[in-house]
Ligand binder design. Sequence first.
Ligand code: PMP
Ligand code: GLU
Length: 400
Amino acid sequence: MKERLSDRVNSIQPSPTIAITTKANQMKADGLNVIGFGAGEPDFDTPDHIKYAAIAGLVKGNTKYTPADGMVALKDAIIHKFKRDNGLTFARNQITVNVGAKHTLFNIYMALLNPGDEVIIPAPYWVSYPDMALMCDAVPVFVDTREEDNFSMTPDMLEKAITPKTKFVVLNNPSNPTGAGYSKEALEALAAVIVKHDLICISDEIYEKLTYGDFKFVSIASLGEEIRKRTIIVNGLSKEWAMTGWRIGYAAGDPAIISAIGKIQSQSTTNPTSFAQDGAIAALLGPQEKIQEFVKAFDERRTYIVERFNTIPGLSCIYPNGAFYVFPNIAKIFGKKTAEGKVIKDSSDFADYLLAEALVAIVPGIAFGAEGFMRLSYAMSMKAIIEGMDRIEAAVRKLS
Ligand code: PMP
Ligand code: GLU
């Protein structure tokens, strides 16, 4: 039956981040002591008040279909969140709720892209941005950023990538996989280009709350009326509230695009799970302090892991501004040999070597369109991070 599969499905890869996490989990289930830096998923549990809100929803009988694009009470909670956190005012017809932010993005791509349209994606990029474009017969156009620029796309780089076929630009601030964040000034400069060319900006702000040090998150949509009109903000509960399994994401922006997303959803999932929406309301309207506890723990891990990388010969790592990933530079390892005589040629070889030699799972930079790097998620216990870093260091020191 393989030959009967669609060109569409043959044009994409399985999500590498999910694939590596699944492989590491399988090895663990087989009794191997694998340390998984692969999954971009908080190790914390969802806070109790959110779980109880979902249970209360179930008990009350919120067990039926909801409106396709989300319950009115959840839309109002999202409107409240945007006002409180971003100073942005939205009406209900500008909000849609979906089955995780990944699904929000998928719906947006489906709603906006015609075959041949181009999507500008700064690299390193999160793995799903290009493949979603391919699924819509659209063309991902990559803009390579540089480590020395904190992996940021400059207005010049953006301008050069624009063609008459450009439909939208995807910005992920702070970024998965690099953790890099854009300053207000950098966003203003990008916004000017987006407005000048009358493009749409898809601003994926799912790591908005997970920021460190002096970095201050600003939503590009809050930088003026012209850019606000052209921006669709994507956000979700998975990361900041440790709710990955709940599958609630949302978007805010132009009513026509938001309504198109609702139409697509009404013909696909019908609606996001009813009682998960009750939990989401509690997360958005309830006490917000817990997030600061998560951030503090992530920050300690971030500092530790960056410092460790910078003491391992051949590796170096810049401090991420946000999210829970580090993206160390591993290019100096290339050309070295393992004890068995195998040459490490690229990030995939290095990932294979770490898994076989050290039982450590990481994601090779090439999965994010950036050879010469690797991604580690530090959303795991400090104990596991220390053990994992010891193993990585020992494995690197064995190379000659
Ligand atoms: N955007 C980015 C940048 C992400 O890292 C993720 C994590 N998977 C998502 C969107 C989607 O998150 P979710 O579907 O769990 O809401
Ligand atoms: N966003 C997370 C990651 O990049 C979860 C996996 C996925 O959705 O790709 O690891």
